[in-house]
Design a binder for this molecule. Structure first.
Ligand SMILES: Cc1cc2nc3c(=O)[nH]c(=O)nc-3n(C[C@H](O)[C@H](O)[C@H](O)COP(=O)(O)OP(=O)(O)OC[C@H]3O[C@@H](n4cnc5c(N)ncnc54)[C@H](O)[C@@H]3O)c2cc1C
Length: 248
């Protein structure tokens, strides 16, 4: 089975984010970048598919030179090949999707696996956009799935229940948290991954369709109230919740 896993580099969840002077980007100095956490589930799923059906797992990212770090992580986890569409240009999600789709057309995967969303820009749009560009069926935010007779049967968590969907291969899926327990790369594999080749693919894209016009940090912390547990104090907090916060 020919498996393509798409991965993105994002700021560490614990990083202290500051908006740059231009108002449309973040200060990268001092920020640690990591493999998007949802993409760990995608890589693990690709590796499990290979273990069951044989074949090749390729990890692909669209990014700058520094994004090679996450490809090294994917190689240490066990993917067979790694590729980067390398660019310093400002890309919107559509441009990123176009580059992924172009690469996919060159290797004709049986399945393309994404994380459910990037934890920095949070669009959750990449998987359906690439599926549309490749004219393939797609199922997003998959929490468990199986393959039988060249078709996938996938479960999705929905409000108050589960949904079961099916489509034939080739297809595109995006992985939900909990789909599997991603393996930790072993130290010898981390060391070996440092010298493995990474294919560089030339970017190709048009103008961005969507422009970021501003970004801002959340407004300052909410004001809290400290109350006691006397009857009068409990009455006052219930009154405040009812009259000021209007939540009860
Ligand atoms: C070189 C470069 C420069 C950029 N410059 C800017 C900028 O200046 N301003 C700005 O606002 N945004 C910028 N971006 C971010 C870009 O616009 C997208 O928003 C981002 O790459 C994808 O985020 P998303 O929220 O659309 O992905 P989602 O749709 O939320 O991601 C879902 C999944 O898609 C896959 N995926 C996401 N991104 C990539 C990727 N890059 N490569 C491979 N797979 C991926 C992962 O599996 C991920 O889990 C840049 C991106 C790149 C690669």
């Amino acid at each position: 089975m020919n498996i393509l896993v798409c991965i993105s580099q994002v700021p560490d969840t614990t990083a202290k984010i500051q908006v740059s002077g231009d108002g449309i980007s973040i200060e990268k100095a001092g920020v640690k970048f990591i493999l998007n956490p949802y993409d760990e589930f995608a890589i693990e799923e690709g590796l499990r598919l290979r273990e069951r059906f044989g074949g090749t797992v390729t990890a692909l990212t669209v990014g700058t030179e520094t994004s090679k770090e996450i490809l090294r992580t994917a190689l240490a986890m066990g993917v067979d090949k790694a590729g980067i569409v390398k660019t310093d240009a400002t890309l919107d999600s559509f441009n990123v999707a176009e580059n992924i789709a172009n690469y996919a057309k060159s290797i004709i995967p049986d399945i393309v696996i994404f994380g459910r969303q990037s934890i920095d820009f949070d669009s959750s749009g990449m998987a359906p956009m690439v599926a549309e560009m490749l004219d393939l069926p797609s199922i997003s935010v998959v929490s468990s799935w199986s393959i039988e007779n060249n078709a996938i049967i996938a479960e999705r968590d929905i409000e108050g229940g589960k949904e079961v969907l099916s489509c034939t291969l080739p297809c595109v899926i995006s992985a939900q948290k909990g789909l599997n327990d991603p393996r930790y790369p072993k130290l010898p594999d981390i060391m070996k991954a440092k010298s493995k080749p990474i294919e560089e693919i030339a970017p190709s894209h048009g103008a961005s369709l969507v422009s970021l016009t501003s970004m801002a940090l959340p407004s300052s912390k909410r004001v809290g109230m400290i109350v006691g547990d006397s009857e009068a104090e409990i009455t006052s907090i219930v009154t405040a919740l009812h009259e000021q916060a209007k939540v009860i």
